[in-house]
Design a protein around this ligand. Structure first.
Ligand SMILES: C[S@@+](CC[C@H](N)C(=O)[O-])C[C@H]1O[C@@H](n2cnc3c(N)ncnc32)[C@H](O)[C@@H]1O
Length: 228
């Protein structure tokens, strides 16, 4: 993506930025002024060292992309990669998901939410640290725009079942015909997905939509039709 300068020539787009609550983000409704336009918002939580969101941003310049990652080194790497690709429609929000979903987005503002391979916290006494809990479903429902969707994946079967239960109890419909599928509906395999596949672990991709905005009888999606 390239921009016309005030003198008529072409200039590189502004470098993608780190957005800090209280500094660049004064209130949850600031995203249009941060991006300089009104566009559908795509948000990924916990991108780690993966490039899924950057590929989405490159393929869909008409949408704006916010990566939430609490590890600031990974957020910096993400922005470096975004700048190398010349992406103006990307920002990093280097905070915990709890703060991002709870405080940094207004109601009905996000078109797609993506969560891939969140830490499984396998020990029973640590399960309370998992990301997908009732608060997550509640805040996701609040921030999703009508018709918005949540993409999720994990290799951990107990966590998969927790995701299915929590999202269903939180008012979401599962759009996967068989509950989950092994292939990523949007085609990208994340860094952790590749790692777990190499180790022979099963992969579970899920896709949810708010029950209140899903028409009765809406078709279940399959690997070939789930394109967001
Ligand atoms: C297992 S890695 C998965 C990375 C990537 N999604 C992938 O599939 O390759 C989980 C990532 O989520 C981040 N993370 C964990 N809990 C988080 C939270 N509450 N808020 C934001 N990021 C979180 C971690 O820092 C880590 O980078």
């Amino acid at each position: 993506m390239r921009f016309r300068s005030s003198r008529g020539g072409w200039v590189p787009p502004p470098a993608p930025q780190l957005v800090l609550p209280g500094r660049e983000l004064i209130g949850p409704g600031e995203w249009p002024s941060i991006f300089g336009r009104e566009a559908p918002l795509i948000v990924e939580i916990g991108f780690g060292k993966d490039t899924f969101l950057l590929e989405q941003a490159e393929a869909q310049p008409e949408r704006d992309h916010v990566g939430v990652e609490r590890d600031t080194h990974r957020a910096a790497l993400f922005l470096k990669r975004a700048a190398a690709r010349g992406l103006a429609n990307v920002r990093a929000l280097p905070v915990a998901a709890e703060m991002a979903l709870g405080l940094c987005f207004p109601d009905a503002s996000i078109a797609e939410l993506h969560v891939y391979f969140p830490d499984p916290w396998p020990k029973v006494r640590h399960a309370k640290n998992r990301l997908v809990q009732p608060w997550f479903a509640r805040e996701s429902r609040r921030v999703l725009a009508p018709g918005g969707v949540v993409y999720m994946a994990t290799d951990d079967e107990p966590y998969r079942d927790q995701m299915l239960d929590v999202m269903s109890a939180g008012g979401f419909v599962n759009l996967m015909a068989d509950g989950w599928q092994e292939q990523a509906p949007l085609g990208h395999e994340t860094k952790f997905e590749r790692l777990w596949r190499r180790r022979g672990r099963g992969i579970h991709h899920m896709l949810f939509r708010d029950r209140a905005t899903t028409g009765a009888g809406a078709p279940a999606l399959s690997a070939t039709t789930a394109s967001g």
